[in-house]
Design a protein around this ligand. Sequence first.
Ligand code: FPP
Length: 251
Amino acid sequence: MPDPAPQPSRVPAHVGIIMDGNGRWAEARGLPRLEGHRRGAERLIEVVDAAIDHGVRCLTLYAFSAENWRRPAEEVGGLFKLGEWVLRLHLSRLSKRRVRFRTIGDLTAMPEFIRIPIEEAVASSRDNTGFDLVIALNYGSRQEVTRAARSLAADAAAGRLDPAALDWETLASRLETAGLPDPDLIIRTSGECRLSNFLLLQAAYAEIVITPTYWPDFGAEAFAAALREFAGRERRFGMTGVQVRPTKPAP
Ligand code: FPP
């Protein structure tokens, strides 16, 4: 019998996931890497449903990094086809669950067969208010910050922005995550202990949960376990005691 879900007040508002280990999952079974990605794409939907069921408000999935273009063209093309397949299969059900789609990353380089359905999903779900599903595609945090810095510099050069008045809120408003809460929890599968250029500024105070499970084996129960680990952490935000962990009753 699975453990009970965490208390609603200790559920992270925003969870980011670095989905890793598809290739190793497939290689361990003597399967092609794309088979690991296919199984991973199915898991993605299971985890989205679990996040909604647990009361998480926003989930950001690192689906394709700006560095992933270095992979063989066949793998890159296969990943995009899987992305399009999984979106087509689940779009209407997720819309019924009031999911609002959003993307971060530079979509202009994506092939049309995936870019257009994603842009349509973003447009058609704009008024949904239940849950934000953010897909990071051709995303890299340094590239995102560079784009933001460029737009701020252009405003400063045109006299629309006083450089001395530039603060974090203004910079954050130019990031692609503008309007979303900062992630409270970042999960990385497959045991790697890196952020790999994912939401580097937004994750400044995020709790990080690393699980050895490869992404194709990471389902609803593993997600619930990560939420439980989060609920047991003490978050300080640089202070002495903003607590997530329940305080012991007085003796
Ligand atoms: C990491 O495994 C996973 C990815 C690079 C892709 C994750 C994407 C999906 C699950 C499908 C949805 C796709 C899109 C584009 C929307 P890895 O290949 O790095 O695993 P390894 O480190 O074991 O080799």
